[in-house]
Design a protein around this ligand. Structure first.
Ligand code: ADP
Length: 245
């Protein structure tokens, strides 16, 4: 196996209900991958398994070939470089944009020490770099409360990047965004691929198309189809279960 993230034959039931059944997923280092599927397909459970929030009943989950993720927990997977961005932003609204990033850069320290710490030049450079990356360089001094919903999502991605993850799991980043923000988010995630492995769970098909990457369609806890967006959307089974046409 040469995948950075390798799931094979994964199963997970909840009270006898099979949420994940024979799931295999292989994602290469630096790859951008979109995961789509109807409600209840098992997308959240899959991400819970990757991050060690949930343990599979069966199957293999490996990270960088050697690390068995079925034996880790959420804190452990974060230490290994697996970062997860949930849908709901958790930015601290009373802080400026740059202070939110600054805080995220120092989350290994106590919050009080962090808030009153002097910023080193290297730290300031890294904040600037991250703000450019997430399209917020012009907003750095603004209170985070003033940001649009989309900008808050980008800030959250910046805060996650401050932890220097190797893999980013991003849950429905385009939900609630304007069309312009949606397209800029697709660009941002494409920029991150290469230097990061990025897995995006998403419903918005226009957004998935703009990601221009391999798509995995989940249904009933397993992979129904995989390939380009054109390839999977031409699959009659996918059309039936997901697109509903
Ligand atoms: P998706 O994210 O694709 O909507 P989920 O992974 O949330 O799918 O859920 C897959 C299935 O597993 C659903 O039918 C859901 O009700 C069930 N499920 C997920 N987590 C639990 C849980 N903790 N307890 C019971 N059922 C669960």
């Amino acid at each position: 196996m040469t995948a950075q993230l390798y799931l094979d034959g994964v199963e997970r039931s909840f009270d006898g209900f099979k949420a994940i059944t024979g799931l295999s997923l292989h994602v290469r280092k630096g790859e951008l991958r979109a995961i789509i599927g109807p409600n209840g397909a098992g997308k959240t459970t899959m991400m819970d398994i990757i991050t060690g929030k949930t343990r599979p009943d069966k199957g293999e989950v490996f990270w960088n070939e050697k690390v068995d993720l079925t034996k880790t927990d959420e804190a452990g997977s974060a230490r290994l470089g697996i970062g997860r961005k949930f849908q709901k932003p958790t930015v601290i609204e009373s802080l400026s944009v740059e202070d939110n990033i600054g805080l995220a850069l120092k989350t290994d320290r106590s919050v009080f020490a962090t808030l009153f710490a002097r910023q080193t030049p290297a730290h300031a450079d890294r904040i600037t770099e991250l703000l450019h990356l997430v399209r917020l360089a012009d907003e750095r001094a603004r209170p985070s409360a003033d940001l649009s919903h989309g900008q808050k999502q980008w800030l959250e991605i910046g805060m996650l990047l401050a932890q220097e993850p190797e893999l980013l799991l991003v849950d429905e980043p385009a939900a609630g965004m304007t069309d312009d923000e949606t397209m800029r988010t697709a660009e941002l995630l494409r920029d991150l691929a290469g230097t990061h492995t990025v897995i995006v769970v998403e419903h918005d098909m226009e957004f998935v198309r703009a990601l221009n990457c391999k798509v995995t369609v989940l249904h009933q806890g397993r992979v129904l189809a995989e390939g380009s967006i054109d390839h999977v959307s031409a699959n009659p089974e996918v059309v039936e279960v997901y697109l509903g046409r």
